[in-house]
Design a protein around this ligand. Structure first.
Ligand SMILES: CC(C)(COP(=O)(O)OP(=O)(O)OC[C@H]1O[C@@H](n2cnc3c(N)ncnc32)[C@H](O)[C@@H]1OP(=O)(O)O)[C@@H](O)C(=O)NCCC(=O)NCCS
Length: 156
């Protein structure tokens, strides 16, 4: 059995407990398994991609592909396997899938203080295009709005 990670699209009908656990470990207000499942069932634009080995979940990306745009709503890599290129690999796969579905641009919002995420997105060709003042709560903080207007460029 190889431990090589691979990316696949999650289904609403599969167990999503590992994904919920990683969300809970990472975010202050994580989505429940039911909420993730419901979004995947009810929204035709919602997708969740999993980066995993046969043994475990390494990370995930929740997004929408809508109106020719990829909206990255949530992204996390398990704390013990960060800085190994997993987020880069996952995002490149997500951008490739979105591009295949017709997306030409990608966007997301991120806390101003989240330097690892800003560095990751910048490395993948995103630029800061706007700021939403005091957008986040607990703690109150600005949101940076990043865009990549040429999603194919994220594949390099
Ligand atoms: C942000 C996050 C997804 C990065 O995942 P990762 O797998 O560690 O990132 P990668 O190893 O693929 O890093 C790719 C590049 O991003 C940048 N980067 C990633 N983490 C960084 C850090 N801690 N400090 C500085 N740059 C960083 C670097 O440019 C890195 O390339 P390099 O390692 O060759 O220098 C991860 O830290 C995480 O899950 N954080 C908590 C959740 C979160 O903040 N999600 C984003 C919300 S929008």
């Amino acid at each position: 059995m190889t431990d090589e990670p691979s990316v696949r699209r999650a289904s609403a009908d599969e167990p999503l407990d590992a994904l919920a656990a990683l969300q809970a470990e990472t975010f202050l207000r994580p989505w429940s398994v039911d909420a993730i499942r419901q979004e995947l069932r009810d929204s035709p634009v919602a997708r969740v991609y999993l980066l995993e080995t046969p043994r475990r979940l390494l990370g995930f990306c929740a997004c929408w592909v809508v109106a020719g745009e990829l909206h990255i709503n949530s992204l996390a890599i398990a704390p013990d396997v960060r800085r190994q290129g997993h987020a880069r690999r996952l995002l490149q796969a997500v951008c490739a899938e979105a591009a295949a579905a017709g997306a030409t641009a990608a966007t997301l919002e991120v806390r101003r203080s989240n330097q690892p995420a800003v560095a990751l997105y910048t490395a993948l060709g995103f630029t800061i295009e706007a700021v939403r003042r005091d957008y986040y709560e607990q703690p109150t903080e600005d949101a940076l709005i990043l865009w990549n207007r040429n999603t194919a460029a994220s594949l390099r």
